[in-house]
Design a protein around this ligand. Structure first.
Ligand SMILES: N[C@@H](CCC(=O)N[C@@H](CS)C(=O)NCC(=O)O)C(=O)O
Length: 195
């Protein structure tokens, strides 16, 4: 049985699922959520209108974290412990803030301005980066699981979208370079043409 994963190359939420599905065959259907055609297709699949969406026969699953649980159940993958769940929630909070900042930027809002909404999102990202530092310099360097896949996808994407810099946190550069040569990381790289 083959799966269809609907997503885009840059999306960090999609990327972590592509990394997770390294050994699971699937068709990757790329859509551009910022163009009307892609947006329309997405509307038919997911009322929340977000990627990724996983199609498994006549079942459609949306939300990357739920897709992770779904595949974990099906393949008996190791479940996350509560500490890992908290790490993942922190990463997801920063990711959601990063996506919100990008959407603001694309809507013409100056995301360097001191608007309350901009500050809230920026503060959340900074707070999460501080919180995750012990993990990124400890277990995160050794483990390769859904948490590290998520952290890698977040940092790489946020740098690409210029939502963060790592000037004050060089440890994250080491985290990235530690995992950069993994086959699933290389296979899911944000295409050079988009950089
Ligand atoms: N909680 C969702 C978030 C997914 C998400 O925000 N995806 C972004 C792309 S990176 C998206 O579809 N954004 C379009 C929009 O929100 O309009 C998940 O984990 O799958």
């Amino acid at each position: 049985m083959s799966y269809t994963l609907i997503g885009s190359h840059p999306s960090p939420f999609v990327r972590r699922i592509r990394m997770l599905m390294e050994s699971i065959p699937f068709d990757f259907r790329e859509i551009n959520i910022y163009e009307s055609e892609g947006h329309l297709e997405l509307s038919r699949l997911n009322p929340v209108k977000q990627i990724p969406v996983l199609i498994d026969g006549d079942r459609t699953i949306w939300d990357s974290r739920v897709i992770f649980s779904y595949l974990s159940d099906k393949y008996g993958l190791a479940r996350l412990n509560w500490e890992q769940e908290n790490l993942l929630t922190a990463i997801d909070g920063a990711l959601n803030s990063g996506v919100a900042l990008l959407l603001m930027k694309r809507s013409g809002i100056d995301i360097t301005s001191p608007l309350m909404i901009v500050n809230r999102h920026r503060e959340r990202i900074e707070s999460v980066l501080d919180f995750l530092l012990p993990f990124a310099t400890g277990d995160g360097l050794r483990d390769w699981n859904f948490v590290t896949m998520s952290l890698y996808s977040f940092i790489d994407w946020a740098l690409f979208r210029e939502v963060i810099t790592l000037n004050d946190r060089p440890a994250y550069k080491i985290f990235l370079s530690t995992h950069a040569e993994r086959p699933s990381v290389r296979a899911t790289q944000i295409p050079e043409a988009l950089r």
